[in-house]
Write a protein that binds this ligand. Structure first.
Ligand code: LMR
Length: 340
């Protein structure tokens, strides 16, 4: 199911794509041209990803003496979920940071392991996976789809919002819930008796406002910065799944950089990712404090028995992933969570 996008925006995006196709085949300018690195993402600047991107831009500008220009395009202003990976392939953007959930449909279903409900207890467990051998292996798999994975970034754990409290599995029955384009997330909603509706992030607010969907799952910084509190007066603190990102570029762009520029970009990004990862928990806490003070919004914490009932209902999703994508990968991830 999809929501209509304004046709002028679509036309502008198509023009950019056509121009990009022409540019890919164009001969290089004589001399050493300045480097333009367009970094597109779909969230607000005041989120872990938005802050990471700003930090990256500042470091590159500082260290590159202005020769390498990083252009930031937040909030789906340039590309959205449905066209950003194509834009990367065509050379219409040089860097993206899609959520890990979005790589499955792009041909790397192993990334959906991160979507499994209640797989991680906290961010330190996530980092044992993303910052170790399993994470490196996953980034390498992106080469299959003409992407070079440069690193992982956390946002946080997702909470459920709706026009009613979602305390028990029965509360989900019949709800149309916006999800990212991930088989695991679709299965997760079906396991609860809800109907998953795949929509780009940039269209979620409108779809909630118009009633196309009834509910959504988001980490708190996204819920807050998208202004969803006025549309979804009940926020249930389910903490049921993780949301994080992989920063990617195109191998062609990466190879076009001089060795020195590549090192500069790589180092700046590593520092920016560390900065974003440090910020993630603080922004989550700040968002929670702000949301607690938001008039008209009711927050619901789950008790241990309620959480356990949800976890039990969602357990088959993990088994299904093991059968379809790989029990071996799931074992590696679980081992990394246990042992680091
Ligand atoms: C979503 O689509 O809900 C998220 O992936 C948005 C984001 O980039 O945090």
């Amino acid at each position: 199911m999809s929501v209509e996008r304004p046709s002028s925006l679509l036309r502008a995006r198509r023009r950019l794509l056509v121009a990009a196709c022409a540019a890919v085949g164009a001969p290089a300018l004589a001399g050493a041209p300045p480097v333009l690195l367009r970094f597109s993402h779909v969230v607000a600047p005041d989120t872990p990803k938005g802050q990471m991107a700003l930090h990256f831009q500042a470091l590159v500008h500082q260290r590159g003496g202005g020769r390498i220009r990083v252009e930031l395009h937040p909030d789906s202003q340039l590309w959205g979920d449905d066209d950003e990976m194509e834009a990367l392939r065509l050379g219409a953007v040089e860097m993206l940071a899609p959520s890990l959930s979005k790589f499955g449909m792009a041909g790397v279903p192993e990334f959906e392991v991160f979507d499994l409900p209640y797989l991680f207890a906290d961010l330190s467990q996530v980092r044992r996976v993303t910052q170790g051998a399993v994470g490196r292996g996953l980034l390498e798999r992106l080469a299959r789809q003409q992407m070079r994975g440069l690193g992982f970034l956390d946002n946080g754990f997702k909470q459920m919002s709706a026009r009613r409290a979602l305390r028990t599995p029965a509360d989900y029955r019949g709800l149309r819930v916006r999800v990212q384009a991930s088989h695991v997330l679709g299965e997760q909603m079906r396991a609860l008796g809800a109907q998953p509706v795949v929509l780009p992030f940039g269209e979620t607010q409108r779809a909630l406002a118009s009633g196309v969907v009834d509910a959504a799952e988001n980490p708190l910084s996204n819920f807050l910065t998208q202004g969803l509190a006025v549309l979804q007066p009940h926020l249930t603190l389910t903490q049921h799944g993780y949301l994080g990102y992989a920063v990617v570029t195109h191998p062609r762009f990466w190879a076009s950089l001089s060795r020195a520029d590549r090192a500069l970009v790589e180092e700046a990004l590593a520092e920016a990712l560390a900065h974003g990862n440090r910020l993630a928990e603080a922004l989550d806490r700040q968002a929670l404090a702000t949301l607690r003070q938001t008039p008209g919004l009711q927050l619901h914490a789950l008790g241990a028995a309620e959480r356990e009932a949800l976890r039990r209902h969602l357990r088959p999703v993990r088994d299904g992933f093991g059968r379809s994508v790989g029990a071996g990968l799931l074992r590696d991830v679980q081992r990394a969570i246990q042992t680091g």
